[in-house]
Design a protein around this ligand. Structure first.
Ligand SMILES: Nc1ncnc2c1ncn2[C@@H]1O[C@H](COP(=O)(O)OP(=O)(O)O)[C@@H](O)[C@H]1O
Ligand SMILES: [Mg+2]
Length: 293
């Protein structure tokens, strides 16, 4: 077989914590695997392990704690993302088999690579910083060619809220960067910082397409409040300016996700609540349209 292609890769980033990176990435993964029949691989790359903990919480109280047991076994076997980094950056060939002891099956189509606490120390442990840039590319190659796991249509990355060696590695290979912003002053001020940093850090590698959208928009009569609209307009003008000045491919998606209590619990209660599926579908169509543009 020589017709295998790697998954389309999307990294959710923002240097600000709490904007909804984890929630949105999780919900999009659920949407496209459950409602869109796409094989989806979700990476939790945040050392704070929010997703990994949420999935554990999800299963607490059930008779068979599937994920926790699996996670314990895979840690014992050394099949964690951190061990993969060690194998990759160490001397010699990148010897790390990809199987279901490394990838967890949430559902038939939704698969997951958990985070590891050791990622906190990555910056201190990895000496070959230059080599680290190729890590995600090589790992995705291994996943694509592994006969043990399916062909994934999409790989989604929940990134840490800082520019780590690992985010560096993701951002230099991914097809699209997804930036959630919130309707507040600080979130708006953070946008130029991200755009500038991306350009400074990733070049001379090609800079991925960048899609920006508003999460936690305040709802008002089927649309957003004037205040949320005000911040969104500011984000749009900052992005338009950056695109013009630096040639970045930035698109602002007019498909907000509203602030809703049910979404707050989406990660620990399963997936996208039924009533919000249409909003996520609209966001996803904007993303894929831009991705395939
Ligand atoms: N659209 C939303 N509506 C309500 N609560 C949300 C929404 N998006 C995120 N949250 C909540 O905001 C908090 C931060 O979200 P999270 O996804 O963990 O952000 P990040 O990963 O960027 O740090 C969490 O408590 C989450 O449940
Ligand atoms: Mg998070």
């Amino acid at each position: 077989m020589n017709n295998k292609s790697p998954p389309k890769t999307i990294a959710t980033i923002n240097f600000k914590g709490g904007v909804g990176k984890t929630t949105i990435t999780w919900c999009l993964g659920d949407l496209i695997s459950t409602h869109g029949n796409s094989n989806t691989l979700l990476f939790d790359l945040d050392a704070q392990m929010s997703l990994t903990q949420a999935i554990t919480l999800n299963e607490d109280g059930s008779l068979y704690r599937k994920f926790s047991d699996w996670h314990e076994r895979s840690e014992k076997k050394g099949k964690t993302i951190f061990k993969a980094i060690e194998a990759y950056t160490g001397a010699g060939a990148f010897d790390f088999g990809v199987n279901y002891d490394f990838i967890y099956q949430i559902t038939d189509r939704y698969h997951f690579i958990p985070s590891a606490e050791d990622l906190y120390w990555l910056e201190l442990d990895v000496f070959d910083r230059q080599k680290m840039q190729g890590f995600i590319r090589e790992l995705l190659g291994k996943i694509t060619w592994s006969k043990n796991v399916p062909d994934y249509n999409y790989a989604l990355f929940d990134c840490p809220p800082s520019f780590t060696l690992l985010s560096y590695s993701i951002l230099s290979v991914c097809d699209l960067i997804l930036i959630p912003v919130n309707p507040d002053f600080y979130a708006v001020k953070g946008v130029p910082l991200i755009l500038n940093t991306l350009q400074l850090r990733i070049e001379p590698f090609p800079i991925p397409k960048i899609a920006v959208f508003m999460n936690k928009a305040k709802p008002y009569g089927g649309t957003m409040t004037k205040e949320s609209q005000f911040y969104w307009n500011q984000v749009k003008s900052i992005c338009a300016h950056a695109a013009k000045k630096s040639g970045l491919k930035v698109k602002c998606l007019d498909t907000p996700i509203y602030e809703r209590v049910a979404l707050k619990r989406a990660v620990t209660t399963g997936g996208v609540p039924a009533e919000f599926v249409p909003d996520f579908k609209r966001l996803w169509s904007g993303v894929t349209e831009f991705l395939n543009d």
